[in-house]
Ligand binder design. Sequence first.
Ligand code: FE2
Length: 384
Amino acid sequence: MDILNIYNPIKMHFGRGVINEAGNIAKKYADSVLIVTGKSSMQKSGTLDKLLKILKNAGIDSTVFDKITPNPTTDDIDAGADIAREKGVGLIIGLGGGSPLDSAKAIAVTAKGNIPVWNYLKTAAIEALPVITIVSTSGTGSEVNKYSVMTNPKTGEKPGFGYECMYPKEAIIDPEIMVSMPPHVTAATGFDIFVHTLEAFTGKMKNIFSSAYCMQAFCLLEDNFVRAYREPQDLDARSDMALASALAGLAIDMSGVGIMHALEHPMSGNYPNIAHGAGLAGLAIESMKYNLKACRRDFMLIAHHLGIKRMKRSEDEYAYSLIEKTEEMLASINLNIRLKDLGVEKDKLPKIAKEAFTTMGFAVQNNPVTVNEQDALMLLEASY
Ligand SMILES: [Fe+2]
């Protein structure tokens, strides 16, 4: 057996109404917290007010930093870290979807050091303020892993980074918060779960633990993804999608992502209005065709877990049925799109292909089939 190191130190709390435990959980770490969230959805749904009340009842002082945008920028993260330092908070709570959660982890690191967050791409972080994640979408997986993605607003570069000190201490995963997610967000974030499971299950760093998480996540996706999209108030579907998101988040923490994420990050870095999951939707089919030759067995296994019957199909046909199933899934959630539909300009494709290697090289390396810059450009053009 090859040497295998498995580590994830996050205490996870799942279930309806579990947000009510936030006061007791936060109290273990500090009496004053910085809540990092976006500009509107947690305010509109009443979740931010609810959290403030819960923390106040536990005797905790809260400061709210609600400047986080989709595809959060290094400027926002540095500003949040300044506030954390000025206020002397002892805990960061990330509240919302992937962007506030990623930002909370990045702010926790930056608040402890004296350098801008961008420098942590080259300088390893060894300490961070403790972080609690309270997730409002199911997709990112950020609630249960160490990674953070940030966009440099000057260059459009969008790298991910993660150090051991960035693992959240605890994650609060309450499906009642998720019913406020509109269908287009359910679609994009749910497809992100699918790609996490697909890339962790097929990547070069796959292992037996991440594969086990992925197989269960595929079953949950098959039963609940389209249901949660069509019936946003269905709490059972929301609960199972929240579990799928966490499983996929744990899987990528161990086994990483691949070419779809490597290409998507520079795309939404250059076009910040593109939702990450929608960008992945535009890239998925061509990327799966590209990887098919190295993933025949894995694709057949995934097809099985997604409930596709083998019938009399050959191995090649059965493996390909996963690509057809993905096209169907995208059609049912209204995300059967091409890069030009997302507003990407054709002459930007070479820059995106290049940045996949300069900012997401670890994901390119992990892809089951070797990719060079020309292959990456060809994939982008085929997806256009
Ligand atoms: Fe993702």
